[in-house]
Design a protein around this ligand. Structure first.
Ligand code: G3D
Ligand code: MG
Length: 173
């Protein structure tokens, strides 16, 4: 796998799958990446997909897959040809943190994304009591569960866009 480019085009392209529980902020992040704007989101039924031009010659195809219980069962169908996984966490939702972690651990076992780099987006940092990146790193057992791949935990706020542009992604920890 890796970056794709064709003979006739110098544009490189990578497939990014964005997962996380419902309401973590995936669709808000996607709109922020794409339009640098706020959107009124509605719960995603199925998935959204968008191309994001990061530079003139580099495009990310981002798959934003619904996070409701029913959709989690089909997450694995989106993982073939994935170059990077973005896992979005509502850092302020302590009640569902364990549930989110379980889904994360489960998806990491999938063969298609073995050794694929992971960025955990510790979203909703603007909300009171939100766990910071260090705490999410610890709670998600990143060092243990991602020991076979490059990973990074990025604190962010999809509403303001803070933390959504990071130069050091996919640093091996
Ligand atoms: P999802 O695609 O992961 O299911 P959405 O989540 O993007 O639909 O977002 C779910 C709700 O969380 C939305 O609010 C959205 O505005 C809010 N949200 C997303 N990111 C942030 C953030 O960084 N900070 C705060 N405070 N809210 C955020 P509603 O009210 O429409 O349900
Ligand atoms: Mg959504």
């Amino acid at each position: 796998m890796g970056l794709q480019s064709t003979k006739h085009s110098k544009v490189k392209q990578a497939n990014i799958v964005m997962l996380g529980l419902d309401s973590a902020g995936k669709s808000t992040l996607l709109y922020k990446f794409k339009y640098n704007d706020d959107f009124l989101t509605i719960p995603t039924i199925g998935f959204n997909v968008d191309m994001i031009e990061t530079r003139k010659d580099f495009t990310l195809t981002v798959w934003d897959v619904g996070g409701q219980q029913k959709m989690r069962q089909v997450w694995c169908n989106f993982l073939e040809n994935t170059d990077g996984l973005m896992y979005v966490v509502d850092s302020s939702d302590k009640w569902r943190l364990e549930e989110s972690k379980k889904e994360f651990e489960f998806i990491l076992k999938n063969e298609y994304i073995k050794r694929v780099p992971v960025v955990v987006l510790a979203n909703k940092q603007d909300l009171p009591g939100a766990l910071n990146a260090e705490e999410i790193t610890r709670r998600f057992n990143m060092k243990k569960y991602c020991s076979d791949r490059n990973w990074y935990v990025q604190p962010c706020c999809a509403i303001t866009g803070e933390g959504t542009i990071c130069k050091n992604k996919f640093i091996k920890q």
